[in-house]
Design a protein around this ligand. Structure first.
Ligand SMILES: Nc1ncnc2c1ncn2[C@@H]1O[C@H](COP(=O)(O)OP(=O)(O)OP(=O)(O)O)[C@@H](O)[C@H]1O
Ligand SMILES: [Mg+2]
Length: 286
């Protein structure tokens, strides 16, 4: 049994043009990336770098022109496996309003498992459980469109949890949220990964979210240009800068301090790391 839940091998993809048979220039150009079981992987990249396209390929919404995508060994290009694949990899999109399908929260969460053909008696249990896990159980009878952005996104995440997929891909789930909503959703995502062991792939523009992941992959212009631990990736500030991305705010602060002769030990990327490094720096001074 492979330790990878998703394996993307040398994948190329072009969208269709308006003319019959016309193919636009490729937007994925030889992407190779594995998602390991149980990990939290963040994918960073500038607008248009191909992140959402890659997401769609991972749950068989689109298929590669060249190369392969497999989910637990199942080739996503095999149409007969579509159901199996979608019951293993769930997707939460950027705009919570586009994901609401019912007029009551609990019905909305039930939609996914209903589509997978789960028995009605089990659905009730799964919906309640999923809503509790994202802290939205008390809102089960509410109308989704009246909730805040963060609450709507947590309901969308509950919808995927209720499908009991092994892996959840979240495509910029916090992009349309205010800081409170963003924190609610990030806390929920971390809990899913760390407590429930669900594999999480988070696509994000926010460095402070990506730094929480086990691994970070950086996309640029249809290619993966960096992949590694947050420390490895965020230490390569010049490469990030070339593709229009920054390191974390803490990383930038340390860079500025270094230019002014304050050489903190290590590579602090989060405020917590910074405090440890700063204490060490102060302590080491004569
Ligand atoms: N349906 C489509 N038809 C044609 N081109 C498309 C289509 N969807 C996306 N593209 C193009 O494919 C490229 C990759 O788009 P994609 O949405 O995957 O990028 P992204 O990294 O998710 O960007 P963003 O950060 O803006 O969400 C872009 O150049 C985009 O314009
Ligand atoms: Mg996108």
């Amino acid at each position: 049994m492979s330790e990878n839940i998703i394996e993307i091998k040398d994948v190329w993809f072009s969208y269709d043009g308006d003319e019959e048979g016309e193919k636009l220039p490729p937007v994925l150009k030889g992407v190779t990336l594995d998602v390991k079981k149980g990990e939290f992987l963040a994918i960073l990249g500038h607008n248009g770098s191909g992140k959402s396209t890659l997401t769609r390929l991972c749950n068989a919404m689109s298929h590669p022109d060249k190369g392969t995508v497999t989910v637990e060994g199942m080739d996503t290009s095999d149409e007969e496996l579509e159901y199996e694949i979608r019951s293993r990899v769930g997707v939460v999109m950027q705009n919570p309003d586009n994901q609401i399908v019912a007029s009551i929260v609990e019905e909305d969460v039930a939609f996914g498992p209903e589509n997978l053909g789960v028995e009605p008696a089990l659905i009730r249990e799964r919906v309640d459980d999923a809503l509790k896990r994202v802290g939205m159980y008390d809102y089960r009878g509410h109308e989704p469109h009246k909730l805040s952005g963060g609450q709507k996104q947590r309901v969308a995440i509950a919808g995927v949890i209720a499908m009991r997929t092994d892996c959840i891909i979240l495509d910029e789930p916090t992009a349309m949220l205010d800081p409170i909503g963003r924190k609610e959703v990030m806390d929920t995502i971390l809990d899913l990964n760390r407590r429930l062991g669900i594999t999480v792939v988070l696509i994000t523009h926010y460095m402070n979210e990506a730094v929480l992941a086990d691994r970070v992959a950086v996309m640029d212009n249809g290619e993966i240009i960096l992949c590694g631990t947050p420390k490895e990736v965020f230490s390569d500030a010049s490469k990030l800068c070339r593709v229009g991305l920054d390191t974390t705010q803490t990383g930038m602060l340390c860079e500025e301090l270094r230019k002014r002769g304050v050489m903190l030990p290590g590579t602090p990327l989060t405020p917590g790391d910074f405090i440890v490094a700063f204490q060490k720096y102060i302590g080491d001074r004569p």
